[in-house]
Design a protein around this ligand. Structure first.
Ligand SMILES: *Cc1c(COP(=O)(O)O)cnc(C)c1O
Length: 389
């Protein structure tokens, strides 16, 4: 083995020793609650397909229609020749949907998040980030080379103190709207007040709010009734929207600037136009999706009303993300394993993804789940906990 590979193999072995090696489950069915995973029939609480749209037949039809109308690839980046009328339509529709002046479509949420900060900030500027923000926001901040100040999760007073003692030219507050491992919602109105007081941008990553929160699923900012030219909204289209991609929305001048300056927008091939075509149909389903959101709500209430845990703790989340904190890493892995053996797929999340001592199951609910699915989960959880008492 060449020394370069030898070094990697040693480090992978160390990963194994620390029980940190991650493996991929192979799924053989469209995304949905009932799945064939590694050859077994499973009940899944693992995806971010909150409205159950990823495997929706109407969207599969829209995708094949889109392929017939547009072919498969865009052929080039947006600024060269890959920007089609359906991309254009999608951007306008997204902007109107989230009630912002303009929107710019990206291939993924990760790319949108590494695009925004470097386009607006540079050395000597400052980013103020919630400690539990998503990894892509951390990577975006690093690319911007601005000074990074992390504030304790959701702690508006600490953030205010940090802003007070950090005089810089340009500042940006950056937060998830719904935190991906906790399911709680950021204090968005307070954050916007601070952005106004300290003349800062407020970048909100609505990956887990778009499609789920707010009237017609318009997202966390619409739910909070917040409008401001300081707001930069990032929404993803591969979670509740069930397809793929992302967008950044805000003031028209901001969006034009991002179009001119975002490297992750400029130097990549445009997403296939068939996806934009499919997303137009997904937005129809989201807009008309009150029944789906009501189902999600009913499932969440059934979970909270029915849960009887004594040692583990279901966090008080009002979103589709419903974590059960077990604490110990090894115990969490054993519980996930036992659930798996019972045919239930609920991912175990360990440090460093979550703080030490708070290893958890990340249960995610979807409108595709039935009450019977939820009851199966509850019974299995209760059995698992009782077996460990
Ligand atoms: C999933 C996620 C992203 C990345 O979005 P993709 O479209 O999957 O690349 C960004 N931010 C948060 C909070 C996410 O959960």
């Amino acid at each position: 083995m060449i020394p370069l590979l030898h070094e990697l193999a040693d480090q992978l072995a160390a990963h194994d020793d620390a029980a940190l090696r991650r493996t991929r489950r192979v799924v053989d069915t469209p995304c949905g609650p009932e799945a064939i995973v590694d050859g077994r029939a499973m009940l899944a609480f693992a995806s971010n397909d909150y409205l159950g749209l990823a495997g929706h037949p109407a969207l599969a039809d829209a995708a094949s229609e889109g392929a017939k109308r547009w072919g498969v690839g865009a052929g080039a980046s947006h600024l060269v020749s890959g920007h089609t009328s359906i991309h254009e339509e999608l951007e306008q529709r997204l902007a109107a949907f989230v009630q912002m002046d303009a929107a710019l479509a990206f291939c993924t949420g990760y790319m949108a998040n590494i695009a925004v900060m470097p386009a607006l900030l540079s050395r000597g500027d400052a980013i103020f980030a919630d400690r539990l923000n998503h990894a892509s926001l951390i990577d975006g901040a690093q690319l911007a080379r601005a000074d990074m100040h992390r504030y304790p999760h959701g702690d508006v007073d600490s953030l205010a103190r940090l802003l007070e003692k950090t005089p810089t030219r340009r500042r940006m507050i950056v937060t998830d709207s719904v935190f991906s491992m906790d399911g709680d919602v950021a204090p968005l109105a307070n954050l916007l007040e601070l952005a106004e007081r300290f003349d800062a941008w407020l970048l909100v990553d609505d990956a887990h709010g778009f499609g789920v929160l707010g009237p017609q699923g318009r997202g966390a900012l619409a739910e909070a009734g917040l409008r401001s030219d300081r707001l930069i909204l990032m929404g993803t289209l591969g979670k509740a929207a069930g397809v793929a991609g992302a967008f950044v929305a805000g003031a028209a001048t901001l969006v034009e600037w991002l179009k001119q300056k975002s490297r992750a927008y400029i130097f990549t091939t445009a997403a296939p136009p068939l996806l934009a075509h499919t997303l137009m149909a997904a937005l129809d389903l989201i807009e008309q999706g009150d029944a789906l959101r009501a189902q999600l709500d009913a499932l969440r209430r059934r979970l909270h009303d029915g849960v009887r845990l004594t040692r583990w703790r279901l966090l008080p989340s009002r979103t589709a993300i419903q974590p059960i904190v077990i604490g110990d890493n090894a115990e969490t892995m054993q519980v996930a394993r036992q659930l798996w053996d019972e045919g239930i797929w609920a991912p175990a999340i360990r440090p460093p993804t979550v703080p030490a001592g708070t290893a958890r199951l990340r249960i995610s609910l979807s409108a595709g789940h039935t009450e019977a699915h939820l009851d199966r989960l509850l019974e299995a959880l209760h059995r698992c906990e009782a077996a460990r008492a």
